[in-house]
Design a protein around this ligand. Sequence first.
Ligand code: KG4
Ligand code: ZN
Length: 404
Amino acid sequence: MITLGIETSCDETALAILETKQEGAGLQYRIVSSLINSQADLHREYGGVYPTLAKREHGRNLLPLLRKILIESAQIGPSRHVMDDNTFQTKIANIKSKYVDKNSDLVDSLVDIDFLRHVPNIDRIAITEGPGLEPALWVGISFAEILGDLWSIPIVPVNHMEGHVVGSLLSNNVQDNGWNQLKEIRYPGIALLISGGHTEIVLIDRQSDEKVFPLRYNIIGQTKDDAVGEAYDKVARLLELPYPGGPQISKLAEEASREGLEFISKLPRPMLNSDNLDFSFSGLKTAVLYSIRDEKNLTGIISNEFKKGLALEFEMCVEEIMSKKLRKAIDKVGAKTIIVGGGVVANVRLRRAFEKLSIEYDLPLYFPSAHVSGDNALMIALAGSIDDRTYGNSLKADGTKRLS
Ligand code: KG4
Ligand code: ZN
């Protein structure tokens, strides 16, 4: 099966083409192509993702990215058929009038589109339906609907967080036959999803002993307020570091660690000892705000040394909270596999903590490889490939709004 994945939930416009086949109980896959167009530079001056700008950029980026990915994906074979000009022009005219009010940037981008007459050898289109920024999500959904309608290809709505779970199952080792084996979960598995928008612990089970996919998910812990990546970004902003703040904080913390710097006071560990699997990070951010204010009142400046010490203390705090909650979750459900996903997984200190934990519990630990640790469409294509829900070629065929 060949799946086109589309991801526009935040500030990355991404497309991917993935081929999958069932092999016994396992799934094999071949990455045909994966393209990501990041808008991070554009959003930097706003100190975070600016939804209207994200919507406009997705609208402008999607068609050029599609043209590029289809050129790069010759290996999927020749197009299924070429639409006659009349049919094509009628369909495009309908599409333009249907979407012009909702999505003018996307409609404006529909120039030099003769290549769309060639219906590619794609079996389904997987699209992120949420969670994410609504204006941004709707551009991708509209685009998926346009392609589904034009090419008569079914669409599968994908949950972005499921994307992060299965993204961590993609391995990096191509076998001799050119196919990759998806990393195997021993059930029940547990996924810790840590991104700019979410902090969740998810219990993962297969359908039954005979049938693995689609996987069953149950959120057993989540943040009550800010997501962990958001906390990183907010603390970075308080320290006047550029967006996205996670890598900046992490760099300062590593320097502090190397230089043996210590922070003068300890930050709180919110909900560390609560008897559930939930998180809270907003109090931590407020504590950082007060520390900075006190330091300014006392010394008049925020020195580089202070910033480094604070970054390290913040990271130690996050590490302690994450490790403790993950431990609690493993114990509670008797987890046999640990999966970690989401952009914050790039953090070296956290990775080390999770590795230590997996050794201690003697459990397999799956991280995403670097190319799928941030938002991407490969994980969406994969989630869409293993899902058995398809919705004809229009997500809204039943007139329902599918975003939660
Ligand atoms: O999953 P992701 O790419 O996008 C969302 O779906 O949110 O995650 C982005 C988040 C941002 O908050 C960013 O600051 C954080 O991941 N991040 C990091 C690191 N690299 C990215 N946080 C901590 N340490 C890092 N090295
Ligand atoms: Zn994400």
